[in-house]
Ligand binder design. Structure first.
Ligand SMILES: [Zn+2]
Length: 149
């Protein structure tokens, strides 16, 4: 049983690191966030923060993030809306703790678990997720893989 748990933790950490690599796709300068949606051990969607399709790839204006920039979670979830997949019962891996707006989308999209890597001073998003029964876990993606196999 203990082995089983550590196996899941290893997978979680790897997906979280993948989300961090995915964040490198973001052309936003102030902050780069990456997200992956995983269901039945398959990555069914991905996202990073950025402007909507068709808009120029510039997130900031006078060093302030434009109001229409989509967060990584919102991009991953809306990408699913255009696919034949669905996020019911899936896990979202995201490099930063979700804001309240994204948390609403996460709840409505049927995501059951959120693993995030970076804490934010505001906890209203995480609080809302927990209130809705979504399992929320903070993990340090650089945590050493100490256990065997
Ligand atoms: Zn957000």
């Amino acid at each position: 049983m203990e082995n089983q748990l550590s196996k899941q933790k290893k997978l979680d950490l790897r997906y979280l690191r993948m989300a961090r690599i995915w964040a490198e796709n973001s052309y936003c300068k102030r902050r780069q966030v990456g997200a992956l949606v995983v269901k039945d051990k398959m990555i069914i969607s991905d996202g990073y923060n950025g402007t909507p399709s068709g808009f120029e790839n510039i997130c900031e204006e006078n060093n302030v993030t434009k109001p229409y920039v989509l967060h990584a979670e919102a991009n991953a979830i809306t990408k699913l809306a255009r696919s034949s997949n669905n996020s019911e019962g899936s896990t979202l891996y995201v490099t930063a703790s979700p804001c309240i707006e994204c948390s609403k989308l996460i709840i409505q999209s049927g995501i059951k678990r959120v693993v995030y890597a970076e804490k934010y001073r505001l906890t209203d998003g995480v609080d809302l997720l927990k209130r809705a029964g979504v399992v929320v876990e903070y993990m340090n993606p650089d945590e050493e893989e100490t256990s065997q196999d």
